[in-house]
Design a protein around this ligand. Sequence first.
Ligand SMILES: [Zn+2]
Length: 702
Amino acid sequence: MTSSSRRMSHPLARTLYLSFIVGGALLLPACRGGQPASQSGSNTSDPPPATQQPTSHGIDESAIDASVAPGDDFFRYANGAWLKRTQIPPDRGSYGVWSVLFDRAQQRTRDLLEKAAAGSPPAGSDERKIGDYYATYLDEEAIEKKGLDPLREALSGIEALPDKRALATWIGQHLRADVDPLNMTNFYTDRLFGVWVAQNLNDPSHNVPYLLQGGLGLPDRDYYVQRGARMDGIRSAYRGHIASMLKLAGIDKAEERAAAIFDLERRIANAHATRTESVDVHKANNPWSRDEFGRRAPGLDWNALFAGARLDRSPTIIVWHPVAFRGISALVQSVPMETWRDYLTFHEIDRYSGLLPKAFVDESFAFYGKVLSGTPQQQERWKRAVNATSDALGEAVGKLYVQRYFPPDAKTQLQEMVTAIVAAFDRRLDALTWMSPKTKGSAKAKLASLKVGIGYPDTWRDYSTLAIVRGDAVGNAMRAGVFDYQQRLQELERAPDRGQWWLDPQTVNAVNLPIQNALNFPAAILEPPFYDPQASTAARYGAIGATIGHEISHSFDDQGSQFDATGRLANWWTLEDLAHFKAASGKLVAQYGAYSPFPDLHENGQLTLSENIADVAGLSAAHDAYRASGGTDDRTFFLSFGQSWQTKTREEGARQQVLTDGHALDEYRADTVRNLDAWYAPFDVKPGQRLYLSPGDRVRVW
Ligand SMILES: [Zn+2]
């Protein structure tokens, strides 16, 4: 939603997929799996036609390997023939259902943008704006001719900053709404601080600004402070990158300046909270009055900063990283102006490097793409242009996208499924014997007010005051960032809107929004084979139904229990219930810990527990809802679930996922079925088979 050229997130997000964009595009799937997804890397080979629609609906019988007993290996029974005939494209780490969805959404967005750019939509219309933005991004010849001119005004503004008060004003004026610690768990901004506007953790009736730490060029503090040859290499390459950018911009003493800039960043990093601390919302809940900043974080002229940022009407600001604010503020005071001017200069150039001449683009990719993320080849320009336009004008693109690609009857059908799955979840809560009436009452109240967004928001963002000028690539990106920030600030004047969306409709992703007590399922994920309006009811409940159930259950687990039905930060579990929840999950820890994808490597049942609970709960609620609809085709229901995990991953990525990710490998997630009684009969599963569990060992948490 902003124009930032780089955005980094962490796979702790309660999203399906997570954006992790480093000088290109690389997505780390979250709730659906953790390996780097297909779209990482480049264009060396074309994937299968992205916009092709399935010729059949529901189960792909041709994917099944009938030589495998479902009771021994359900994932390979459901997908074995597909696995044998599918090769992972050479430029990708994995390939499967999610790659197909991503490629399709990207190609469709491209079609919309090409059409808008080639036609002559009315001046000022959304279509005109997205067409102009896209065409301008693609016009490399014009960009080359302009050189560094588009940044001259900003750079001379930085050069003319006389003192620390002016510095504070400048920092304030250039803050953007570019972080989101709770929904997308995006903690990264290259600006000194990041702004997030959302409902107050302590007061559901008001929105409030949140301020987060920022100011680093590398993704996280660990890159500055961790020892070891790999990090040493990255740091050295980054210093080289800073110097190269300054040289390209014709700035003298580049090496000397780069050393000082890096040293300042290293000191900022030392002040930063760790990632683990950042995800602890209780550590982040620090409401400061504006007057308190000068006392709690002395050194920075906060009044000047707030005036520049237009935050001077907010009586309270929630400071997510109080210790970092103290440290960074002290650095503003102690570090000389010359270093701060150099630091701001470098970041201004670096931030917009993708919209500058080719030498800047190549230098940026050489560091952020190759060194930092190991991507051998940069994405084609059109893909970057699609991403950038979607980022800057998300809902303008999204509105056209759903008009063309998301039929109203799909939304109606999905809303009916959501209603049925919520009702099934509610019945499952009623049936729980171990949960106290108090906790149960709170859970039911939260479920009753859960707001599930399907496809797209009820109201669209109005872009009429945003000027997009054909031929002004950098200016367009800057104006889009300012526009987005102003839109967010306006929310401070309004009551919180639980219907607010945090993903654009053309995004292949889904997200749980804890303080809105809401879920977003964008149109681009509601697509075959995952969701097919023409597939049978059984196939739909087995695939998208189970995922809807998965996301719902996150609102009620160890994480979700921190927020009550109104989104207030308040634990509603009794201690006894929480202890029981953890104990009951022990069996699931053992079940997943027994899976070993390679002879020397086991899944980590503890690391993947929350997601595995959500998988079992989601599949169970979806199955209940399917049965309640009168359905009896359990074979199709479970096969559809098994095929929704259809993915092939390279060994390196699979190993990394097992070691570091909160999600088990897709094949074991497909095997979740063994915990449901209804799976056993249609697949004739017998004691002694590998996946067979005696009824007492089948896990039911919810
Ligand atoms: Zn999840």
